[in-house]
Design a protein around this ligand. Structure first.
Ligand code: G3H
Ligand code: 13P
Ligand code: ZN
Length: 311
């Protein structure tokens, strides 16, 4: 099966009350762990690539890895640009085989965000590619954007209709309290997501797919393994899974997960090398690391997103 766009996937997810997992990929083991899990669970997938991933692995290697995964699994897979910072990176991915791009204009003024997003939408739609826009700013660090908690801001529901209408975007990422990375809340702080904002957005945008970024749960099991085996990730805190399950049942059709993959992979490597300090063949320590990714993704598909059996 060739790569697909997210249009059909989101329609089914919206109607079915589940969400599609959007997993960040940076190398072969991550692609394989994710896609093997999805194959066993018969789940649709979004594989997303950041500017940092393109810099690390090169665009062409990532496109071909995803192509290999398509041949191997025959699943519906979307190849998506995560956090496209400007028109040029979106154009390069649209021209370079991606079926979906995000233009992240959330740090611009409302007017400039609309202008930039519309420019990308016009170019993308002409080539059959779908576009995710963003309103509201999440705290955390991505390669190109570093938003401090103080500067993060929730999405304003009274802006969403105008944004979607004026830009023509196919989905909208909103800020309701999630954030990027492994340190989402301060120790002792009660995790809070603004479901009231999500409801307001849903009311104003009927049947429209919403996206949640920064949605890793920072699964304690992997953090503990890392900390027990020479790492130090004290105070890592993620989004509780019951909140994500609730979101998946709503208009949220895409849930972005990267940090959990990083933690699972790193836990596998640290645990293996601590138990076998004599090993230096990457296949020895990347085999359990890849198995961790597969186990984690199966858990997400079945117990958090609810998209198992929906391919
Ligand atoms: O939202 C950001 C993603 O986790 C990608 O992170 O820019 O370090 O590849 P990255
Ligand atoms: P996490 O850091 O919570 O995994 O978020 C990933 C993300 O939003 C990618 O765009
Ligand atoms: Zn993100």
């Amino acid at each position: 099966m060739p790569l697909v766009t997210s249009t059909e996937m989101f329609k089914k997810a919206y109607e079915g009350g589940y969400a599609i997992g959007a997993f960040n990929v940076n190398n072969m083991e991550i692609v394989q762990g994710i896609t093997e899990a999805a194959k066993e669970e018969n789940a649709p997938l979004i594989l997303q690539v950041s500017a940092g991933a393109r810099k690390y692995a090169k665009h062409t290697y990532l496109v071909h890895l995803v192509q290999a995964a398509l041949e191997d699994t025959d699943l519906p897979i979307v190849l998506h640009l995560d956090h496209g910072a400007d028109f040029d990176i979106c154009k390069s991915c649209i021209d370079g085989g991606f079926t979906s791009v995000m233009i992240d204009g959330s740090h611009h003024s409302f007017k400039d965000n609309i202008e930039l997003t519309k420019r990308v939408v016009d170019y993308a739609h002409n080539k059959g590619v779908v576009v995710e826009g963003e309103l509201g700013q999440l705290a955390g660090i991505e390669d190109d954007v570093n938003v401090s908690a103080a500067n993060a801001s929730y999405t304003q529901p009274d802006q969403v209709e105008e944004f979607v209408k004026s830009t023509g975007v196919d989905s909208l990422a909103i800020a309701i309290g999630t954030s990027h990375g492994a340190f989402k809340f301060k120790p002792g702080q009660k995790p809070l997501l603004r479901f009231d904002i999500l409801k307001e957005v849903e009311k104003r945008l009927p049947n429209f797919p919403i996206v949640l970024h920064g949605a890793s749960s920072v699964i304690p099991k992997y953090v503990e393994i890392i900390n027990k085996n020479g790492g130090n990730l004290a105070d890592a805190i993620g989004i509780p899974e019951d909140m994500l399950r609730e979101a998946a049942k709503s208009a949220v059709c895409k849930i972005n997960i990267d940090s959990d993959l990083r933690l699972a992979l790193t836990a596998g490597i640290r645990e293996h090398l601590n138990a076998h300090p004599e090993h230096f063949d990457p296949r020895q320590y990347l085999t359990p690391a890849r198995a961790n990714i597969k186990e984690l993704v199966k858990h997400k598909l079945v117990h958090v997103l609810g998209c198992n059996g929906k391919a």
